[in-house]
Write a protein that binds this ligand. Structure first.
Ligand SMILES: *[C@@H]1O[C@H](CO)[C@@H](O)[C@H](O)[C@H]1NC(C)=O
Ligand SMILES: *[C@@H]1O[C@H](CO)[C@@H](O)[C@H](O)[C@H]1NC(C)=O
Ligand SMILES: *[C@@H]1O[C@H](CO)[C@@H](O)[C@H](O)[C@H]1NC(C)=O
Length: 483
């Protein structure tokens, strides 16, 4: 079975022309040329690009305005906020770069690899867009203040920006968190190859314990959430849920990781691949959606997921009580009731766990993700109102060249399996930008932590309405200005 699934994932990559929707019972991916997606994933894409329709499509002025994200002396190193990209004649180009210090982790590199792979398997339409370099595409820049009047906090918005986590208030287009799906040792793809092994722990042998481990990130997303039906205000699940262990000590083991001197008890980490020893897994969001959630789906245990205003690209396809049990959706402490329910309804709990695993196997494998990228980019391409050209951009590094650069550099070479993609698909070298982007040139660009090519016509601003900053930072800035 694992072999068949792996094969499907690989075959899922083959190029084709038609895109057709499939139901929950079919498999997403590419077969005999057609790129098929779960209907809820197609709907997600259409929901996200609807922002672009409302603003009248993608224009050159809109793309240039993205440079304003990094306005005013690039105070906050905003070149990590958005990376601009172009697709022209099927080739992908980088029109801005992350600074060197942001390149090591697999977030950006995983995305680049998955995008590149998509472009090698299928000719993508001409397009300009940006990648959100922050974890979450939320406040301040990418959130709508008033959709009806198309008022965003950002200049002019919305514009095409891809992100792996957002709330419905953000105009970003959701894409997979490709780094977590394919780069790390315990990536989704690696876990899927070991599915048989994961299944070897039978349901009956899994401990009747709701297990949760996480880093204590509490993001602002909790503040955007509505008051719970119980009348309680939602609070950070990562700090709150551990306090409930005492209500069901035999069946709840929820603890934050790490240690703080004199702080409350902290949990010892358990490798993800061994967490299927527990019958119930508790999932919470941090700064953004949980990067572990996708992998939890594969583990074959019942997921109890804390409500969150944040979404990943496929979350719309998950049905509460069918693929997972929600918690913190009625009252702060409702998880205790959920665990009791699972203990008393063991067969139903198992069915939900199996449905989650089946969903992940069918719809989240690599071929399905690449099909999702392709469909999204084709939809965005339909909204282009001009023909992009490197001649109009200050920086235009072919993505293949950039991946070669990363693969040759010991600092980045092991962030993700770059060679797997480079060897398989090769790199197009015929465009003049290829020779112009030598390792030395790229190294020089990366050295400048505030590098951001501004090909905007709009002069720098003196205020940053879209990055107001914390009070402390504003204070610091004021002081700096005074001195
Ligand atoms: C770009 O930003 C400027 C300055 O805020 C704004 O006046 C203009 O409407 C924006 N243009 C587009 C196309 O978004
Ligand atoms: C919360 O989750 C429970 C358990 O799945 C469900 O029965 C209930 O309808 C949900 N409540 C709300 C308000 O969504
Ligand atoms: C790039 O450089 C190589 C080696 O110097 C050269 O053979 C090739 O013609 C150049 N290509 C372009 C498009 O300038």
């Amino acid at each position: 079975m694992a072999v068949i699934v792996a094969l499907l994932a690989l075959l899922g990559g083959l190029a084709g022309a038609v895109t057709v929707p499939v139901g929950d019972n079919s498999v997403s991916g590419v077969s005999s040329g057609a790129c098929t997606l779960h209907p809820k994933l197609r709907e997600r894409i259409h929901k996200d690009v609807a922002w672009l329709d409302e603003i009248g499509g993608i224009t050159d002025a809109m793309i240039r305005n993205i440079s304003l994200v990094c306005d005013v002396n690039i105070r906050h190193q905003c070149n990590v906020q958005a990376t601009r990209m172009m697709i022209k004649d099927g080739e992908i180009y980088l029109n801005s770069l992350h600074p060197e210090w942001r390149l090591g982790p697999h977030e950006f590199i995983g995305f680049l690899l998955e995008l590149y792979e998509t472009s090698r398997m299928h000719k993508l339409p001409d397009l300009e867009f940006a990648w959100n370099g922050n974890d979450d595409a939320a406040d301040p820049a990418f959130t709508w203040t008033d959709r009806a009047t198309l008022q965003a906090r950002f200049h002019g918005g919305p514009f095409p920006i891809l992100a792996w986590s957002k709330s419905e208030r953000s105009f970003a287009s959701l894409v997979p968190y490709s780094g977590a799906f394919r780069c790390s040792e315990d990536s989704f793809d690696n876990m899927m190859y070991r599915l048989e092994e994961l299944k070897r722990v039978p349901w009956q042998e899994r401990k009747k314990v709701a297990f949760g481990r996480w880093n204590l990130f509490c993001a602002t997303y909790t503040y955007g959430q509505e008051v719970l039906p119980s009348g309680q205000r939602s609070i950070c699940p990562r700090s709150y849920l551990p306090s409930l262990n005492s209500q069901l000590p035999q069946h709840m083991d929820i603890l934050p990781l790490g240690s703080i001197n004199g702080g409350p008890a902290r949990g010892t980490p358990v490798p993800l691949l061994h967490q299927n020893a527990y019958r119930y897994l508790v999932s919470t969001d941090g700064w953004a959606i949980s990067s572990k959630f996708d992998k939890y789906l594969l583990l074959g245990s019942l997921i109890i997921k804390a409500a969150s205003s944040r979404k990943g690209y496929y979350y719309d396809a998950l049905v509460p009580d069918v693929h997972f049990l929600p918690c913190m959706n009625e009252s702060l402490g409702d998880i205790v009731g959920r665990v009791k329910w699972a203990l008393q309804h063991d067969a139903e709990a198992q069915r939900i766990a199996e449905a989650a695993q089946a969903f992940a196997v069918k719809h989240l494998h690599r071929g399905a993700r690449l099909c999702y990228y392709r469909t999204l980019i084709e939809e965005m391409g339909k909204r282009m109102k001009y023909t992009p050209d490197c001649a109009n951009r200050k920086l235009c590094i072919p993505l293949g060249r950039f991946l070669e650069f990363l693969a040759a550099n010991p600092r980045y070479a092991h962030s993700c399996r770059l060679q797997e993609v480079l060897i398989r698909y090769g790199v197009e070298r015929s465009m003049p930008q290829y020779n112009a982007s030598s390792d030395a040139v790229i190294n020089e660009l990366l050295k400048d932590p505030k590098h951001w090519p501004r090909d905007t016509d709009i002069p720098p601003r003196t205020v940053e309405p879209y990055f107001p900053g914390s009070r402390r930072r504003r204070h610091r800035q004021r002081r700096r200005r005074q001195h």
